[in-house]
Design a binder for this molecule. Structure first.
Ligand SMILES: Nc1ncnc2c1ncn2[C@@H]1O[C@H](COP(=O)(O)OP(=O)(O)OP(=O)(O)O)[C@@H](O)[C@H]1O
Length: 238
């Protein structure tokens, strides 16, 4: 469903993403982990077309990632949520529904806003929302279109505990519904229960890419080892 081949992204002379290749099969949920500056956001932004890649090929559903066909397939939830200052929460939902040509959207929008405790904020303007509320609006907008593929960049940052719990539940529901999900995070435990596979980035390179089950076998060989220990081992500086 997603195929990234020899992706390179440079900022000036710096290689932020250093010739990486990976695939996500349909229905797969993959956690993209890595320390600060590893290249997670850059990778995501290249995939969704917000940053121009330096080189490489990215296909979504077999189509070039910049094509309209590919764009119909996915939603992206950015690390820093962007909302429109002069649209209310409800108008955000309406805007997305109209942009994607979704006719029956009101019930789904109501359900999403209730899930994220935004139903009483439906008439609040974007500019008057807190950071966490903006993040919630961003997630609701992304889910309204019922995409096949979802890219979440640090979705838990800025959310309160209840919203984190809701988001984890929604991840499980999306997984059960067969969605393909790439989620970048620092928080291993936020994806441990749902990810089929973990990819670890360091300095723009993939230093680990395996199923949770295999990683756990690796971890079990080290006394008292946890996934977090393995992550720290793989990403430690030489
Ligand atoms: N606009 C930019 N201009 C120059 N360098 C950048 C830019 N954005 C990111 N970088 C650099 O690219 C590298 C990868 O950054 P990126 O934001 O992708 O990392 P990340 O893994 O998402 O980090 P974090 O976990 O801190 O969000 C870092 O060294 C960063 O300093």
């Amino acid at each position: 469903m997603l195929s990234v081949t020899n992706l390179v992204k440079t900022y000036g002379k710096q290689n932020a993403v250093n010739d990486i290749s990976f695939e996500l099969q349909g229905g797969e949920v993959v956690g993209l982990l890595g320390p600060n500056g590893a290249g997670k956001s850059t990778t995501m932004k290249c995939i969704v077309g917000l940053l121009r890649k330096t080189s490489g090929e990215i296909l979504i559903g077999g189509e070039d990632h910049l094509s309209v066909e590919a764009k119909r397939l996915f939603s992206y939830i950015p690390e820093t949520p962007y909302v429109y200052d002069l649209l209310t929460v409800q108008e955000h939902m309406q805007f997305i529904a109209q942009a994607y040509g979704i006719k029956e959207w009101k019930d789904k929008a109501r359900e999403l806003l209730e899930n994220y405790e935004l139903d009483d904020k439906a008439d609040k303007l974007g500019r008057d929302l807190s950071k966490g509320m903006r993040q919630k609006v961003s997630i609701c907008c992304a889910l309204l279109t019922d995409p096949k593929v979802l890219f979440f960049d640090e979705p838990m940052i800025g959310l309160d505990p209840k919203a984190i719990k809701n988001t984890k539940r929604i991840f499980r529901e999306l997984k059960e519904a067969g969605k393909t999900i790439l989620v970048s995070t620092h928080l291993i435990d936020s994806v441990e229960s749902i990810a089929d596979r973990i990819m670890i980035l360091k300095d723009g390179n993939i230093v680990g890419n395996d199923t949770i089950a295999n990683l756990k076998i690796q971890v079990a060989q080290e006394e008292g080892g946890t996934l977090e220990d393995l992550f720290l081992e793989l990403t430690k500086d030489e």
